[in-house]
Design a protein around this ligand. Sequence first.
Ligand SMILES: Nc1ncnc2c1ncn2[C@@H]1O[C@H](COP(=O)(O)OP(=O)(O)OP(=O)(O)O)[C@@H](O)[C@H]1O
Length: 306
Amino acid sequence: MIEVRGLSKRYGGRTAVDRLDFTVRPGVVTGFLGPNGAGKSTTMRMILGLDRPTAGTALVGGRPYRDLHAPLRQVGALLDAKAVHGGRSARNHLRCLAAANAIPAGRVEEVLAVVGLTAVADRPCRGFSLGMGQRLGIAAALLGDPAVLIFDEPVNGLDPEGILWIRTLMRNLAAEGRTVFVSSHLMAEMALTAEHLLVIGRGRILADTGMREFIEANSEHYLRVRTPRPDVLCPLLARRGLRVEREHGGAFRVGGASAPAVGELAARAGVPLHELSPVRASLEEAFLRLTGESVEYRTDIPLEAA
Ligand SMILES: Nc1ncnc2c1ncn2[C@@H]1O[C@H](COP(=O)(O)OP(=O)(O)OP(=O)(O)O)[C@@H](O)[C@H]1O
């Protein structure tokens, strides 16, 4: 379990993390989602004792990180996969970490097998691809068989096979009863991986909710309607209490009605329809709406044109 209370971090006059309160529970993958610069890495670094909070506390298994007796056995983290000495082999890198943390050498072979690096374990890490580097970072995180795992943007730059592998691994680790806390700025990826969701924007928590609840609350259904006679159809729909909004490109967005109902209404009024399609707003749109005010670096391109 990770417990964060009133956690804040200021850099000079700038607040990176602003009085965060949340709990990350075991047994599920918890996604930590926010746009660039939202404060995800800073929060994770404070949980891991790498940054000192300006205020508040972060506890791992009931203690601050610096008070853990055998940190690598209690919490494993993937922060920066490139933080490995390039001349060293994967096996040697993991053996050094194991020796420094009183972890049996046999565990190195186990984690190499889990991440699929056994065949290349004696090659120097400098020749590793991005995906292999991520796998090595994850092997190091798993080395102490910890109950808590923290992954900062683990799928960044990976190919679809690597993404699928990490997603499955995280879900399996959670199914074993571990606490799995993973950051991302990609809503669609999180929707496939996490069961619980923490959304952060400008250092503040914007949502702390089950993924299913988030999807249900934010997956808006509507119909996209195109007609050469909007002057007839739109007032007809509005009179029935339906929400009608004009979209870019001349189509209309109709909420609160089924496609057959709108089709029959149009037919009875003799209005031709050029399009009548059910649409489900993407989770990415819901995420952008939620964090829209908190994005640090924005362009002024409207959502639908982007
Ligand atoms: N060492 C530092 N000194 C000054 N400002 C910092 C430092 N580290 C982070 N910041 C600032 O704190 C804010 C939060 O940064 P952080 O890296 O935690 O965000 P993030 O959500 O992890 O973003 P990203 O997805 O881009 O990694 C940003 O405005 C960043 O510029």
